[in-house]
Design a protein around this ligand. Structure first.
Ligand code: SF4
Ligand code: SF4
Length: 448
């Protein structure tokens, strides 16, 4: 029996009942997918506060320079980092000489080129400018600003976000603690101001910007599956470039309605924390967002605004229980940076982790060092996660639903997923001979 038959004829003996009850519970799946607003599948539960929780006494704003990029010198020492860079350069030259698939000139050129739009923006720079780039305001058009109920406005925003490339969109009330306390050497402050601005010492967010629109952008699974090669790096970088286009477009749209918008990708604050609050996913063993629909195969971005929007809630789809028995990301991590611990905890691994929230914390500098070692980054933990699937077919939906509802089956599903070969590395050579979808993403979410 192959994997298709296995699922088709009843999810194995353990799954027949599960599959039956789930199929019965789905009701009218198509009608859900036809609604214009993004909706999670029926097996995703909305909850009041994120499952992993915050220690209110400790959790506070994080200084951006403490992130993993800033922590590398402290962790390894300058001499070791120089040595690492040297080894990486030598290996890169060797791979060029050998014409090693995934590490050749054309592979690396693709990975660099896919960054091109992302490089147009930075914190309050270019595409991520905090003020209008060119859109006309209602005032300039001689009309009143957009007025609607928060529910109608949220519908409008989610439709526009989809149009600009968002896979999923959620809205959260902005928790200021998710915003960096300092970045680019300046204090990020909240003030009573009409518009966001920057001076020599401060980056000022108007207090009226109380809404955070969190969005996911899909990465091309056929690229990420080639990890760790430059072809998989191209998958990450095109994800970032598409985030850039999305936040730039959505921010301009909001300004065109007469409201303030602050577009952001990885800058300004934790996109993961905001996305969890906005109900786009849960924190997984990787200490990153896992979405119920697309697993970790997503990049995150956000726009802060004063446009009043209906809020979404955090979600629970049984991920924490699944991660407890899975560990596939940790097993596939060449740097040993991902936790094997049974339970998530408040114990951080280093200054790159913001303390005061519960998680499986990771040893991030090891990850970054491996990116150097591999010469082209790494996405193994994304490629192997069982929640990453190429499509949203009924088969995968049923397995995810079963896992969300019956944690006792998690270990079984994980071992099945493994034995069917999901998450195995794909050939970077073959990637060049594949007929890809636009951006490498099957936006129709077609059937296998
Ligand atoms: S990107 Fe690679 S090295 Fe980094 S955590 Fe994931 S698997 Fe480990
Ligand atoms: S690979 Fe497994 S343990 Fe890791 S995030 Fe995905 S589900 Fe959780």
């Amino acid at each position: 029996m192959n994997r298709r038959d296995f699922f088709k004829y009843g999810l194995g003996s353990a799954g027949v009942v599960v599959g039956g009850s789930i199929a019965g519970g789905t009701g009218d799946m198509d009608s859900v997918s036809q609604k214009s607003d993004f909706q999670h599948p029926w097996w995703v539960k909305q909850i009041k506060t994120p499952k992993l929780g915050i220690d209110e006494q400790i959790y506070s704003r994080f200084e951006a320079r403490k992130n993993v990029f800033g922590s590398m010198v402290k962790y390894y020492g300058m001499e070791n980092l120089r040595e690492l860079n040297k080894r990486s350069r030598e290996k890169t030259r060797k791979y060029y000489k050998e014409q090693k698939p995934g590490y050749r000139l054309e592979d690396r050129a693709l990975a660099d080129a896919a960054w091109v739009i992302s490089r147009q923006g930075g914190l309050n720079r270019g595409t991520r400018s905090w003020t209008a780039n060119f859109v006309r305001t209602p005032e300039e058009r001689g009309v009143d600003k957009y007025r609607a109920s928060p529910t109608e406005a949220a519908h409008l925003i989610k439709t526009a976000a989809r149009y600009f490339g968002a896979a999923t969109t959620g809205v959260a009330k902005l928790d200021p603690r998710h915003i960096h306390s300092k970045e680019r050497g300046k204090t990020v402050s909240f003030e009573t101001a009409d518009e966001p601005y920057e001076n020599d010492t401060n980056l000022v967010i108007p207090q009226k910007c109380q809404y955070a629109i969190a969005m996911t952008v899909l990465m091309p699974i056929d690229n990420i599956a080639c990890s760790p090669t430059a072809i998989s790096s191209a998958g990450s970088s095109i994800g970032y470039s598409r985030c850039e286009f999305l936040v730039a477009g959505l921010a301009e749209f909001i300004r065109g309605l007469g409201y303030t918008a602050i577009p952001s990708v990885n800058d300004l604050g934790s996109s993961v924390a905001i996305a969890v609050d906005a109900g786009l996913g849960e924190l997984g063993r990787t200490n990153r967002l896992i979405s119920p629909e697309f697993g970790p195969m997503v990049r995150l971005c956000k726009v802060l605004t004063d446009l009043p929007l209906a809020l979404d809630k955090p979600i629970d789809f049984g991920l924490m229980e699944f991660c407890k028995v899975c560990r596939r990301c940790a097993e596939s991590c060449p740097s040993g940076c991902i936790s094997y611990e049974d339970e998530p905890s408040f114990k951080v691994k280093g200054e790159w982790n913001n303390p005061g929230h519960k998680a499986w914390f990771e040893d991030s500098p090891k990850c970054l060092a491996y990116w150097q070692e591999s010469t082209s980054g790494c996405s193994n933990c994304i490629a192997v996660c069982p929640w990453t699937k190429k499509d949203k077919t009924m088969i995968h939906d049923m397995v995810k639903a079963a896992s969300a509802k019956i944690p006792a089956l998690d270990a079984f599903f994980n071992s099945m997923d493994k034995s069917f070969g999901y998450g195995r590395q794909k050939s970077a050579e073959k990637w060049w001979n594949t007929n890809h979808f636009e951006y490498g993403i099957d936006t129709t979410q077609g059937k296998e």
